[in-house]
Write a protein that binds this ligand. Structure first.
Ligand code: GLN
Length: 277
């Protein structure tokens, strides 16, 4: 079978099921299986595809047609220009979350102590440490399975450097520890909306995405508890659901906290920067 025909066939199948980026997904799957860079799918379009390659491609295409995100099919996702290995124990890192990393890199003083709560694949914690080797990074997660993924990514991406990984339900195992910046991308989707969302989301760990009380429960717990874990003048940077902007402003006002909201590149309110007054 010829490569260009295989690509066309896959794109048609993806289009027939309204997969969002049929061309891109087909190319990512093919370049992964054939172990060639994406541009070479064009320059080598006359290449012959072997039976074995075709079997693997067909299986991945079937999984994609059932809704599984491409990142799980190929086992990695780029975030902050680094390659993170991922599996279904962790959320797929999102481009809008890069804003959290930008802000930590900007605000962290030299040798600052940083805590990333709910680290998942370790994307935020590792991207920070990679760009700011001076800071001390602790990454926590309630899920032991996620911490295994984060530790492996840290080892591979940071070479001789490292981060501390701790299993903890929010602040529970961090008693008596204090940080200069706490950063977090907590679950903030409404658990009641679970059934109405894209199929792709159902392949990701529920615990990383959904929260009770309209999606606000975990954010509320973090804002209620963070003060005891921050040094004086410390900063909490929290990724939010854009719909929560007013709720979080109110909550902070009532607790006498100062708050700034940063928009992401799509101009959605995405990060709350919270300080004790
Ligand atoms: N931004 C993610 C989404 O909308 C949600 C991530 C999260 O809950 N922290 O799919």
């Amino acid at each position: 079978m010829i490569l260009s025909d295989v690509i066309k066939g896959i794109i048609l199948q993806f289009q027939s099921l309204d997969i969002e980026n049929p061309g891109l997904d087909a190319e990512v799957i093919l370049s992964h299986v054939l172990k060639i860079e994406r541009f070479r799918l064009i320059t080598e379009r006359e290449k012959n595809i072997s039976e074995t390659e075709n079997t693997i491609i067909t299986e991945l295409v079937q999984r994609r047609l059932r809704g599984e995100p491409v990142a799980y099919l190929i086992g990695y996702k780029e975030f902050y220009s680094l390659n993170f290995q991922i599996n279904r124990d962790v959320l797929i890192p999102r481009p809008e979350t890069e804003l959290l990393v930008d802000l930590v890199i900007y605000y962290a003083k030299k040798d600052a102590k940083i805590l990333d709560i709910g680290t998942g694949s370790g994307a935020i914690a590792i991207a920070i440490k990679h760009n700011r080797p001076d800071v001390d990074v602790t990454a926590s997660d309630i899920s032991q399975a996620a911490l295994i993924v984060a530790s492996k990514n840290a080892e591979r991406i940071l070479n001789n450097d490292s981060i501390n990984c701790i299993q903890s339900d929010l602040f529970q195992s961090l008693l008596n520890k204090r940080f200069d910046i706490i950063v977090t991308n907590p679950p903030y989707l409404d658990i009641k909306e679970r059934k109405n969302l894209q199929k792709e989301i159902s392949f990701e760990p529920e615990i990383a995405l959904f929260a009770h009380k309209g999606g606000k429960e975990v954010i509320r717990r973090i804002i209620s508890g963070f003060e005891n874990y921050l040094h004086i003048n410390g900063l909490l940077l929290i990724e939010i659901n854009p719909n929560f902007k007013d709720y979080i402003k109110d909550l902070c006002e009532r607790r006498n906290l100062s708050i700034d909201i940063f928009n992401d590149y799509a101009i959605h309110p995405r990060v709350a920067a919270i300080r004790v007054k």
